[in-house]
Design a protein around this ligand. Structure first.
Ligand SMILES: Cc1cc2nc3c(=O)[nH]c(=O)nc-3n(C[C@H](O)[C@H](O)[C@H](O)COP(=O)(O)OP(=O)(O)OC[C@H]3O[C@@H](n4cnc5c(N)ncnc54)[C@H](O)[C@@H]3O)c2cc1C
Length: 570
């Protein structure tokens, strides 16, 4: 007779399990803990404690062994992650290294990951914009993917909820396609950005606004209660901020969740699968592989929130098979792993600016400058491609020194730095269209170091992306030219998908269980005690940075679950 250690099972049983402790999982944990649910957070990576585990945060440039540059042998060993702009000597310890977590590229895909407590929230550029009905109504209006089961009014209160706690800086710009939020003061545009903003408003009726960003420009009491302080504008954010000046799971939501006394965090725990009980017709827990001991351990709960980041959430569901779900948990529609999409950041443009020499800046704007909200195909279809793009915009003056002379003269020339000319740059942020042919699946032969099948990624650009990119370069060239900027250089960098780090979909929401995986509350249609509230759930991608929306989704889904639970108990 099998021996069942009842106490041990009890110790491994919780009200709720959250898979992943990053941007969205930490929000689920905070909300569950605050609502009194005993919650287990499972995180595949190591623990990263706020401040204590930011080893480079206060280093001077000369204190880095390689002056901030990744050594050549490390670059060669990590060709994928090395392509990410933020992979420097100061932040490399927060990135997954290529060989340690293998995956299969059926088509080239630069999968950039952060496996640790806090996930990629330690690395993000903190750009945060709401979606509007121009986005939620997009697929239905423009005829692609499936209709979103929600509209802006459903998510608006949850944007407010998240923004107030996380702290978002921005102006109330009054744009219907980029709704205002609960903003702290914005970081202002500099002289050249302001000039360009006024110019394109007058000439094109287009907007250049202060970038909206998850920084505490002026903390409110709720931020101080989290132990966070005003952003010091050091712009060393990717090292981890000891002031908690920007939002990360580590400085904000995770410690808050743990302080409720209801949340248990288990790092070094890679979730292999979700356990489905056919008799009960629901999920009863998850199977974890301890990454140190390689031991398999089961944990149990009434509800599971899957927040492993878009493609890993696909992997977990694909690997959760049973008689009832032979093709992955909840996959009655056959859409699991399909309709993956991303953002297209593969074009940029730069120019020189004359005539602002009386203005100086040392460039320390943690928000990064300006933001050009979408202006194409908003009110009507006006181009030969679907949907649209936004863009970043920043102007800056570098410092230059002269390399003239030899000996003392050379030293003096190098030491004396002058402000250089103004330059302006922009990068494209394009929406891509989710298609069935862009998919992820499990590789049948290759396993990772924990015996879990590797993810196979087959995602590519299409003709719509090419046309959109050409339009971005043409429109920005025209706007820069008419603003009087000189020596304009527009470029396409032919990067593989993935490097924008906004992969989404595969577990999309929708009204119809025949064509989608999740209902309007983010529950699997076919297994209603499993919620997916990260990027996997996105029906379409729009062009805005996505993380604010994942956070709002997570908070809304927890509220829904707890509301349903109360109804059952009353
Ligand atoms: C350099 C950079 C810049 C970015 N800039 C922006 C920006 O400006 N604005 C924006 O909105 N977004 C930005 N992003 C993207 C943003 O970081 C992600 O959208 C966001 O972190 C996704 O949240 P998530 O909770 O889905 O995933 P993550 O934050 O990655 O968290 C997922 C967590 O799950 C864990 N996990 C994965 N699989 C398992 C498993 N099987 N078992 C247990 N745990 C698991 C991971 O280790 C990780 O900790 C940027 C990202 C990077 C790297």
């Amino acid at each position: 007779m099998a021996f069942l250690n009842i106490d041990s099972v009890k110790e491994r049983t919780f009200d709720a399990i959250v898979i992943g402790s990053g941007m969205s999982g930490s929000w689920a944990a905070k909300e569950l803990g605050e609502k009194g649910l005993k919650t287990l957070v499972l995180e595949r990576g190591r623990d990263v404690k706020h401040i204590k585990d930011y080893p480079t945060t206060n280093l001077y440039p000369w204190e880095f062994p390689h002056h901030g540059v990744i050594p050549e042998d490390v670059q060669k060993a990590n060709p994928i992650v090395n392509r990410c702009y933020a992979f420097g000597e100061d932040a490399a310890h927060f990135f997954v290294k290529d060989a340690e977590h293998p995956y299969v590229q059926e088509k080239p895909f630069d999968w950039i990951r952060g496996y640790q407590v806090g996930g990629k929230s330690l690395l993000w550029a903190r750009q945060t914009q709401r979606w509007s009905d121009f986005d939620f109504e997009g697929p239905a209006r423009d005829g692609f993917a499936v209709d979103w089961p929600i509209r802006y009014k459903d998510i608006a209160p949850w944007y407010s909820h998240v923004e107030k706690f996380a702290g978002i800086s921005g102006n109330r710009d009054g744009l219907p396609h980029l709704p205002d939020g609960e903003f702290l003061p914005a970081f202002p545009l500099n002289a050249v950005e302001s000039y360009f903003s006024k110019h394109v408003k007058t000439k094109y009726s287009r907007d250049v606004i202060s970038a909206r960003c998850a920084h505490l420009s002026k903390p409110n009491p709720i931020h101080l209660q989290q132990g966070r302080a005003q952003c010091q504008e050091r712009t060393l954010c990717q090292r981890g901020c000891p002031f908690g000046g920007y939002f990360s799971a580590n400085s904000s939501t995770m410690p808050w969740a743990l302080k409720t006394g209801n949340v248990t965090l288990r790092p070094f725990s890679v979730v292999e699968s979700i356990i489905y009980n056919e008799k009960l017709g629901k999920a009863t827990g998850v199977r974890v592989i301890d990454t140190n001991t390689k031991e398999a351990i089961d944990y149990h709960a009434d509800v599971i929130f899957l927040n492993a980041a878009a493609l890993n959430s696909n992997l977990v569901l694909l690997n959760s098979t049973s008689n009832r779900f032979p093709n992955g948990l909840g996959n009655d529609s056959g859409t699991l792993g399909k309709y993956v999409a991303f953002h297209n950041y593969s074009a940029h443009i730069s120019a020189e600016v004359e005539g602002f020499e009386e203005w100086a800046t040392d460039g320390r704007n943690p928000a990064g400058g300006g933001y050009i909200p979408r202006f194409r195909n908003l009110h009507k279809q006006e181009t030969n491609f679907l949907r649209g793009y936004g863009a970043g915009l920043s102007a800056y003056r570098g410092r230059t020194s002269s390399g003239e002379g030899i000996g003392d003269e050379l030293k003096q020339n190098l030491a004396k730095k002058d402000l250089g000319p103004w330059r302006v740059g922009s990068h494209m942020m394009g929406e891509t269209i989710p298609k069935e042919s862009n998919y992820v699946a499990l590789d049948k032969s290759k396993k990772d170091p924990w015996g879990i099948p590797q993810l196979k990624i087959s995602v590519d650009y299409d003709d719509n992306d090419a046309k959109m990119k050409a339009d971005y370069l043409a429109q920005l060239t025209e706007m820069f030219t008419s603003a009087g900027f000189k020596n304009i250089k527009g470029e396409s960098d032919h990067r593989a998908p993935g490097l924008d780090i906004h992969e989404m979909g595969g577990v999309r929401m929708g009204n119809d269980p025949k064509t989608s995986m999740l209902d309007k509350w983010h529950r699997l249609h076919a297994c209603q005690n499993v919620y997916v509230t990260d990027g996997a759930s996105m029906t379409s991608t729009s062009y805005q940075n996505p993380s604010l929306t994942y956070m709002a989704f997570a908070a809304r889904a927890v509220d829904h679950y707890v509301g349903e639970k109360k109804k059952l108990n009353s």
